[in-house]
Write a protein of this length. Structure first.
Length: 259
């Protein structure tokens, strides 16, 4: 991965990094407390099923949850053909980004999307969140690369995103939602991290299209996504079908009420 550099962080960038580290530590405590009630609801939300070759034997809303791609799959995330196959440039162009926004890349993996988001929010912040320490190590190296000091790697949890409440303008999950072991708890946590009026973006391979060359359990239909998200305080803003293989679903948290 030639784009991951090893340059050291300057003193100027280290001070903001310490500030963000303290804020994330506080957020982690809040997330841990919320997780207690989340796990208490687990039995009513999920059902054990025989595990398929690509699943974890756990069903949510009639869908078996897919296995997470391990950190050894990082080279596939950065494959040279991905830009052409998935048109990531079109995806980034579809996002309502502002240069000063705070963005959360949930399931950031090797940082393939993170570095593209960081270029679009040069005066903002990109939280690059992943549950695998090995992926977070890659993200930490990425954040030291020139021009990417606005990237903050975050070690996440299976059932919560350890980010400050009401701190994020846009959270995006690219080919990640279908792998969440606790999707209901995770969406609850992401909604809490969004600012009023903030957006949640899900990008998923089209389950309706058998021609998309991805295993069935790693694809989702629009109907399934709508069914799983209908109980959350999110308004469906639009479905964008510009990409060759993937849906783009954009939802919005209710804005703050005027006093």
């Amino acid at each position: 991965m030639r784009w991951i550099g090893g340059s050291t962080m300057s003193n100027t960038t280290a001070r903001p990094a310490r500030y963000f580290a303290r804020a994330l530590a506080i957020a982690a405590l809040v997330a841990a407390t919320a997780a207690l009630s989340a796990h208490a609801r687990d039995a009513g939300l999920y059902r054990a099923v025989p595990a398929s070759p690509d699943g974890i034997g756990k069903q949510y809303q009639g869908r078996e949850i897919a296995q997470v791609m391990g950190y050894d799959g990082a080279p596939w995330l950065d494959r040279p053909t991905r830009d052409r196959e998935e048109r990531t440039d079109w995806l980034v162009d579809s996002l309502p980004l502002d240069p000063a926004m705070t963005v959360a890349d949930i399931g950031a993996g090797s940082g393939y999307l993170t570095r593209r988001l960081a270029a679009r929010v040069p005066r903002g912040r990109v939280y690059a969140v992943d549950v695998q320490p090995e992926m977070v190590a890659l993200l930490e190296r990425l954040a030291r690369y020139p021009g990417l000091s606005n990237v903050t790697p975050v070690l996440g949890r299976e059932d919560a995103v350890p980010l400050p409440a009401a701190s994020v303008d846009l959270a995006i999950l690219v080919d990640v939602y279908h792998e969440l072991a606790y999707p209901a708890e995770m969406v609850d946590s992401i909604v809490a991290a969004l600012k009023p009026g903030g957006r949640l973006v899900l990008v998923e391979y089209r389950g309706e299209d058998p021609a998309v060359p991805i295993k069935a359990l790693h694809k989702m239909t629009e109907d399934q996504v709508r069914r799983e998200l209908q109980g959350f305080p999110l308004a469906w803003e639009k479905s964008d079908e510009r990409l060759p293989w993937q849906h783009i679903f954009i939802l919005r948290k209710a804005p703050a009420r005027a006093r």
